[in-house]
Design a protein around this ligand. Structure first.
Ligand code: GLA
Length: 416
């Protein structure tokens, strides 16, 4: 059985990468920029519909150890893929065709930071992390965010990312990197949680206004367990963009009947039901899911807040309600939004049939990647055994299980 529990000390994030930096560049780095991955508890595919999300940052990080150079050159070594890439900050107009996919994020970040008028500097850098790549835990957003902090720290903006307003700005910049340099028309959730995460709190984010609230989780008796199907999201980029287009089409058609709407966020379920027949069948399913999911996020946040304020014994009942909303979210993603896959469904089925599991759903864009479950501490061992054995029996794949702590957002560790 493979279970992964990571540690969150500064030394865990700096010691190994410092050594690798020294081996690569023959001297120490001056800082490590570190950005977490995330798991979304509820509110999937709602961010690009101006809706609500409820993610947590996890104690799995993408780290960039760096040292400023005196010229405008950038030399990168991506340890986990054993690959390197170099570029010059003065000639960033187009990505060369032979540039490896991971380097697009760094080129994108450097290019947009400069275009925004920020002063950045050349760096030598080593990149490594423990956010599983392509598993729906936002490794690419973590890479963009860590790279942003690295370029700004080396440049003339060493106090980088200190204010809330700046973090929101940087989240939007990293989102543009995904749109313009990776071809995914993603929403704002992943970058925002990687920057604004708070230990033991989930982020209730309104993706239209970008107003947010850190909601305490108080999961003393329960754990957040992430299970990786090990199925990579090959289809994800193209299907993701198609879902987004379907939602926009839905708004376009429904705006003839419901005036003043500009996104699915603006439509109440009762209004949708009055007019849903106007939509083609597929668009109807997609829109229904998003409208219901937004309502589920609001309910989930309210039960969790009620729970953390309560001194009575209704707290577990609230958690059960939260779990039921997670289950309903997965069912909608599977049946109406159609972004699940048989492996994700299998993992959620195994989880839900294990006693002590409060709720379980796919998380992230879908088509593979991970599920997230809330599991009672006493049931954790049984949960891990059942997931590992049953999933392996039915797929031949050994899943990975990560028991994560809820972490703070991106930080820079100065070493000298
Ligand atoms: C990906 C995107 C996010 C969000 C999720 C689905 O992670 O990057 O913006 O849309 O999928 O909720």
């Amino acid at each position: 059985m493979r279970t992964f529990r990571t540690l969150d000390k500064k030394s865990d994030r700096t010691a190994f990468i410092t050594q690798k930096f020294e081996e690569t560049f023959g001297g120490p780095p001056t800082f490590v920029a570190s950005a977490p991955g995330r798991v979304n508890l509820i509110g999937e595919h709602t961010d690009y519909n101006d809706g609500y999300v409820f993610p947590v940052a996890i104690d799995k990080y993408l780290n960039v150890a760096a040292r400023k150079r005196s010229d405008r050159h950038v030399t990168l070594y991506a340890l986990d893929v054993g690959d390197s890439w170099e570029f010059c900050l003065d000639t960033l107009s187009a990505i060369p065709p032979q540039a490896p996919a991971w380097s697009h994020y760094l080129i994108g970040v450097a290019s947009l930071l400069q275009a925004s008028g920020r002063e950045i500097a050349g760096i030598d850098a080593v990149i490594t992390g423990d956010v599983p790549i392509g598993a729906g835990l936002s490794s690419s957003a973590a890479l963009s965010v860590a790279a942003t902090f690295a370029f700004l720290t080396a440049g003339s903006e060493p106090e980088t990312g200190e204010s809330e307003a700046e973090k929101k700005d940087l989240a939007a910049l990293c989102q543009r990197v995904e749109h313009e340099f990776a071809g995914v028309k993603c929403g704002i959730m992943d970058q925002t949680i990687s920057l604004l995460g708070q230990e033991n709190h989930a982020l209730f984010l309104d993706c239209r206004s970008l107003e947010y609230e850190h909601v305490p989780l108080n999961l003393t008796e329960h754990a957040i367990a992430i299970c990786n199907t090990k199925i990579k999201r090959e289809l994800a980029a193209s299907e993701y963009n198609k879902r987004r287009a379907e939602c926009e089409k839905g708004v376009d058609i429904l705006s003839q009947w419901i005036p003043g709407i500009s996104s699915l966020r603006d439509i109440a379920l009762t209004d949708f039901k009055k007019h849903e027949e106007e939509l083609p069948a597929l668009t109807q399913k997609r829109c229904r899911y998003v409208i219901e999911e937004n309502a589920r996020v609001l309910d989930a946040v309210s039960v969790l807040k009620g729970r953390s304020q309560s001194t009575s014994d209704n707290t577990n009942e609230s958690l059960t309600q939260f779990g039921n909303l997670m289950n309903a979210s997965h069912n909608g993603l599977r049946d109406d939004y159609e972004v699940s896959c048989k492996e994700l469904d299998l993992l959620t089925d195994i989880a839900r049939s294990t006693s002590g599991v409060i709720g379980s759903r796919m998380t992230g864009a879908g088509f593979g990647g991970c599920t997230v479950s809330i599991v009672h501490q006493d049931a954790l061992e049984m949960f891990q055994t059942r997931i590992t054995m049953e999933y392996h029996k039915q797929t031949g794949i050994e899943p990975e299980i990560y028991l994560c702590n809820v972490s703070d957002g991106a930080q820079v560790f100065r070493l000298f």
